[in-house]
Ligand binder design. Structure first.
Ligand code: MHO
Length: 202
């Protein structure tokens, strides 16, 4: 059952951010990857935002040269960056860049190790590294998007949103909630194992 206690307990027992690593990438409108990646085992938190450009404090309606991206917190003991890369590169067409910078395909690395891992992956992937159009750049800054973009699909399901309201989650807590990441995937049709869902919610 989706009770306030169950949600809080699930989130309280999730690993803290300082035990996790982050990955940031854009593969089109950020609502989709927020849901898809949030459901994957080893991905604990997700947030959507803007990155990859230079404009200070971008917003959805004043994006400047930024791109819609999703930033995930993953548990490297469960899912390494190398295992994540095939998921990212099959979630978009790396051989063609999209016209609008807002929806560019971009992998924004936050360490040299991540950058090396991307190129190593591409060398052995079905994609010819020389013809990959996806931007591969260092992340300089991630700007979280407006609250209404966070866990967008979950927010549109009244029963799911209500559960977090009843647990008194504010918008930032909803955004950063591990339970919300899983439920957002579930309501979006992704196959995700959620211990606290009963038959009525499935
Ligand atoms: N075509 C989508 C894009 C939203 S996404 C956050 C819409 O406006 O419904 O860019």
């Amino acid at each position: 059952m989706l009770t306030p206690t169950v949600l809080r307990e699930y989130d309280r027992s999730a690993p803290d951010s300082d035990q996790l690593q982050t990955a940031t990438f854009g593969v089109g409108c950020f609502w989709g990857p927020d849901a898809k990646f949030g459901g994957m085992e080893g991905i604990i938190r997700t947030r959507v935002g803007y990155a990859g450009g230079t404009k200070a404090d971008p917003t959805y309606h004043s994006l400047g040269d930024h791109t819609e991206v999703v930033q995930i917190e993953y548990d490297p003991a469960v899912l390494g960056y190398a295992a994540l890369l095939p998921e990212i590169f099959t979630s978009h067409n790396p051989r063609r860049q999209t016209g609008k910078r807002q929806y560019h395909n971009v992998v924004l690395t936050d360490s040299e190790a991540q950058t090396d891992a991307v190129w190593e992956y591409l060398e052995t992937s079905p994609f010819d590294p020389d013809s990959v159009e996806t931007r591969i750049e260092e992340l300089s800054q991630f700007y979280p998007a407006e609250n209404y973009h966070q866990k967008y699909n979950l927010r549109s399901k009244r029963w799911a949103k209500k559960a977090f309201d009843e647990a008194d989650y504010d918008p930032e807590q909803l955004r950063d909630s591990p339970a919300a990441a899983k439920l957002n995937a579930h309501v979006s049709g992704h196959d995700v194992d959620i211990p606290f869902l009963d038959a009525r919610n499935r």
